[in-house]
Design a protein around this ligand. Sequence first.
Ligand code: ZN
Length: 379
Amino acid sequence: MTVFAGGRVVTDQGLVESGWVEVEGELIVDRGIGEPHKPVDFDLHGRALIPGFVDQHCHGGGGNTFITTDAAEAFRAAELHLRHGTTSIMASLVTGTREALTEQIRTLTPLVDQDVLLGIHLEGPWLSTLHCGAHDSALLRAPDGAEVGELLAVGGGRIKMVTIAPELPGSIQAIHQILRAGAVVAIGHTDANYEQAKLAIEAGATVATHLSNAMRPLHHRDPGAIGALMEDPRVTVELIADGVHVHPAVLRLVHNEAGTARVALITDAMGAAGAPDGRYLLGQLEVDVVDGTARLVEGGAIAGSTLTLDWAMRYVVLEGGVSLDQVVQMLSTNPARMMGLDDRGVIAPGKRADLLVLGPRLEVESVMRRGDWVHGPGI
Ligand SMILES: [Zn+2]
């Protein structure tokens, strides 16, 4: 048993200036305000205690990528983000051949079963060539029912999210297939107009893959997917809050329009997250990272980020003027809820003891995952 007390705690009841949390085994069993009734094992000394981050869109980190046939490499990528506070992480693949994706899904499957990963995200290959970003445009294709079914079957329930461009022929049928397989449908890398995006949302799409990046821009007579996704209360919008992918004014605008409960902060990180500048691979494409910004060697498009979610938290609090309890919702509560993970994402009785102790500058000092210290002086 561990009893935390003497610090700011973000619980299901909001931000408490002086709160306590009791952990028993893998779970949080209680929380409250003021002095706990039991002896305190962990004095927070005024520091903050928040739930672990849930990153629903990530390709790698620490020089390692999830787009691999080496399970040990994927494990190391998850470990890098865990040290930065991400206690639940999705492994996002990128566009590839059917054979390559099959091999990658098979590699990641055991890591999902071991709870290293919360699931697999197929970001591609059913995306728009007009907004391919760092996807190999030669391999992009319309969703063919047989291929969609085959890849979902290889995942055997571990594919938890699929990003699709809804203007492609066959996309509505594919959305139904993906939902039947128990995965969430995201709209992204798309040239869809407003009506096409609305149809996809009506068909059951509930996520905007990095809203505004790799989408037809919002125009006052042609609001496109951005307009449809922002205005629909059923949609959770992903944002890459690294100061590069989205201007801070747009971040504030989306937050104000969609509201805190509908924003999920993601990393969309590639292998270079938490690693030095240099040349990296994103799928088959070469990327140069200079001063932490990743761009394709060919053409110079912004590729994935080099973000970790602790950095995003500091950025959004400092640049976005967002409060700590709001940023916790966007980093933990919302992505967990959107993925249907009702066992985590908030400090409340019965939830997983995935906890972060933050230092005075919101740095992640200690990480607890399922009741075990995995990083920092808490160990
Ligand atoms: Zn991505």
